[in-house]
Design a protein around this ligand. Structure first.
Ligand code: F3S
Length: 430
């Protein structure tokens, strides 16, 4: 791998031991993936923040690095942690867990990482441009920024994203290269998607089939309203990254690279996935490809995914929304659905501290709190210590959360639309 003079100096420890360690990680990754050189990156998003995920070994690792004077050289910001820094006591989060979590956040802050603590940085003004090289690590954020914004990032691990933040570069391989951004799967959506939950279901199905491939969607009717569209696209990407490892997708005539390259963004030997639903199958797609003659052809059903993601029964301990972290518009929508009702079961909506403050200023947080719900910042249902708090039956509108909650929290899950989930909190059962 070819290094510039400056990069060689970083590797030789001329800028301190912390930077040397970071450069060693980047060079090792570059060698493994046969990168020819480094590429400068403009921002880093750091996952592996929750004490639930990284525990004491992770905290020690970060503290050691900080003690070696490692400091970020580009804007870097944190993924959600295991607590809401304002509300953890009020919500009954365990004290020892919270203290450890605060230590982790402080160590990262000492290294210059901003405590944004969100998986939707694009809702708080961090919006990479098309073609910009970045090093982000949370899978749904990676998917959104690669696909919808057209920026370029691999799905970094926490340490490699930090290393990139310290050195301002990352090895040029994978999704930093155009030839690796071509679609491996053509997805023909032959049913109507009626809610963001449906986009999540679609993502769940496609992620299972595509694995770490790159889908090219045709036939999706995107909402005209921009904020609704964003909600749907982040649900789609988050689910594909959870049930599979999809880090990039294209949508015909919509996403930046699909617009520029058209059909050329799809590999000639791409597999075809047809998505159906018993309720609303539609007429053939406007762009009429000779799909049934293709050898690599499979059909999946939205209805089967809905059944697979839903546990029987109607018991709930908690309804949780905001995976990925909610936007201001989503919070408003939820407050509207609640209306004058009082909630019989807790409803937690995860978001960032910045969006919560915006919502508070507009009275939206009060509306939700007055009904008995809460807007949580800095954390989410997957990385908070829910299991330790005795929460078992959870309803959510997120196909990503439904994929992870059973394994991460030992939870029994119900999946529905935002409306169904809020109604479940109002009625006290799903
Ligand atoms: Fe974000 Fe947590 Fe979901 S990090 S995407 S809210 S699992």
């Amino acid at each position: 791998m070819k290094l510039t003079e400056k990069e060689q100096a970083l590797l030789d420890g001329k800028h301190g031991l912390g930077i040397k360690k970071a450069m060693e990680i980047l060079v090792a990754l570059g060698r493994i993936y046969e990168a020819k050189e480094m590429v400068p990156v403009t921002s880093a998003q750091i996952a592996g923040v929750s004490y639930k995920n990284i525990g004491d070994p992770g905290l020690e690792f970060l503290a050691d690095w900080a003690n070696q004077d490692a400091r970020v050289h580009i804007p870097a910001f944190m993924n959600p942690a295991g607590i809401d820094r304002q509300l953890w006591r009020q919500l009954g989060f365990p004290e020892t867990f919270a203290q450890k979590q605060i230590e982790i956040i402080e160590v990262l802050k000492r290294m210059g990482v901003r405590a944004t603590l969100t998986c939707t940085p694009y809702h708080i003004g961090i919006v990479p441009q098309k073609g910009e090289h970045i090093a982000w690590s949370e899978s749904s954020a990676v998917s959104y920024t690669n696909s919808v914004l057209g920026a370029r990032t691999n799905r970094e691990g926490g340490p490699s994203a930090l290393a990139a933040a310290f050195c301002g570069r990352t090895p040029r391989f994978g999704l930093h290269l155009h030839e690796n951004r071509l679609a491996t799967h053509r997805v023909l959506v032959k049913c109507k998607l009626e809610s963001s939950a449906d986009f999540g279901l679609l993502g769940y199905l496609v992620g299972k089939k595509a694995g770490n491939g790159i889908p090219f969607f045709q036939g999706i009717d995107l909402p005209e309203n921009e904020s609704e569209r964003t909600t749907c696209l982040k649900a789609l990407g988050a689910a594909m990254a959870a049930s599979g490892a999809v880090a990039l997708y294209h949508i015909e005539s919509f996403t930046p690279e699909a617009i520029v390259y058209g059909e050329r963004i799809v590999k000639p030997n791409a597999m075809t996935i047809e998505v159906k639903s018993a309720n609303n199958d539609r007429a053939p797609l406007a762009s009429n490809y000779p799909i049934t003659q293709l050898p690599n052809y499979m059909t999946v059903s939205l209805d089967e995914a809905r059944i697979a993601l839903n546990h029987e029964g109607n018991q709930i301990d908690l309804v949780t929304l905001g995976c990925p972290h909610a936007s201001l518009e989503e919070l408003k929508e939820i407050a509207e659905i609640i209306g004058n009702h009082k909630l019989k079961k807790p409803l937690w909506i995860a978001s960032s501290a910045i969006v919560r403050e915006q919502a508070r200023a507009k009275g939206v947080v009060d509306e939700i709190e007055n009904a008995g719900g809460g807007v949580l910042a800095d954390t989410c249902m997957v990385v908070a210590p829910l299991e330790e708090m005795g929460i078992k039956y959870i309803a959510t509108n997120s196909a990503k959360a439904v994929t992870y909650l059973p394994s991460h929290q030992g939870a029994i899950v119900h999946f529905g639309t935002t409306e169904q989930c809020v109604q479940a909190a109002i009625k006290g059962q799903f």
